[in-house]
Design a protein around this ligand. Structure first.
Ligand SMILES: C[S@@+](CC[C@H](N)C(=O)[O-])C[C@H]1O[C@@H](n2cnc3c(N)ncnc32)[C@H](O)[C@@H]1O
Length: 180
C-alpha cells in the first residue's frame, strides 16, 4: 500500500488487472477513502478463473495454477465492497485480451497492480497500460521471480527490454517506475 499511497500525487486513477476476490482492491479502496481522494479504482477479472497456460508458464512447482482456478463471481466482489462500506469501483468482467484500452481503461493511470499470474495475462496487461501511465506513476507486478509462475518474469523482462522503466524488486513484487 505504501507504493499505491506514493503514487497518489501523480495524475490518474488506480487499476488492478486480476482482482480475484478483491482483497487488494479493498485495501486500495480503503486507501482512497482514507485520504478522501477523488481518484477512481478500476478492477478487472475474467471472473471465470485463470485462462489456459502457455509453454512459458510451465513449472512443476506451479502445477496447481490450472485453467479455471481462482474462480469467483463479480457479484461476490461487489458485495464485499458493500459490506465494507467502501465505494464500489469500476468492475470490468472479461478477458484482458478483449479489453479496449480506450474504452475500458482510465485515460491516465498513477498506479497499476498487475496480478494475472500467467505470461500472456501479464504481457497483455502491460500492453494495456503502457501508454496510460502518468509521469511518476508506479506499476507493481505480483509474482515476479516466483518459481511457480515463470511466465510473469518472462513477460516483465521482455517488456522491460522495450521500455524505459527501472525495475526494483521487493520479494516477489516487481516495481516498475518510468525513467522518462
Ligand atoms: C492471483 S489472482 C489475483 C489476486 C488479487 N490481485 C489479490 O491481490 O487478491 C489472479 C486473477 O487473475 C485473473 N486472470 C488471469 N489472467 C486473466 C486474463 N487473461 N483475463 C482476465 N482475468 C485474468 C484470474 O481470473 C484471477 O482471478
Amino acid at each position: 500500500m505504501r507504493l499505491a499511497s506514493l503514487s497518489l500525487e501523480f495524475e490518474g486513477d488506480l487499476v488492478e488487472l486480476g482482482c480475484y476476490q478483491g482483497d487488494t482492491s479493498l485495501l486500495l479502496a480503503e486507501l482512497l477513502k482514507g485520504v478522501k481522494s477523488e481518484k477512481r479504482l478500476w478492477i478487472y477479472d475474467s471472473f471465470e478463473g485463470l485462462p489456459e497456460k502457455t509453454d512459458a508458464d510451465f513449472s512443476v512447482a506451479g502445477a496447481a495454477f490450472k485453467k479455471g482456478e481462482l474462480f469467483v463471481t463479480k457479484r461476490k466482489v461487489k458485495l464485499r465492497f458493500l459490506r465494507a462500506n467502501l465505494p464500489i469501483p469500476m468492475i470490468k468482467k472479461g478477458w484482458f485480451e478483449d479489453l479496449d484500452p480506450e474504452k475500458d481503461l482510465p485515460e491516465k493511470i498513477c498506479f497499476a497492480f498487475l496480478d494475472g499470474d500467467l505470461y500472456q495475462s501479464i504481457k497483455t496487461s502491460l500492453g494495456l497500460i503502457e501508454n496510460k501511465m502518468s509521469e511518476g506513476g508506479i506499476i507493481v507486478v505480483h509474482d515476479y521471480d516466483n518459481p511457480e509462475l515463470p511466465g510473469v518474469t518472462k513477460a516483465v523482462d521482455e517488456w522491460l527490454g522495450k521500455n524505459n522503466y527501472k525495475l526494483s524488486k521487493k520479494h516477489t513484487l516487481a516495481v516498475l517506475t518510468c525513467e522518462c
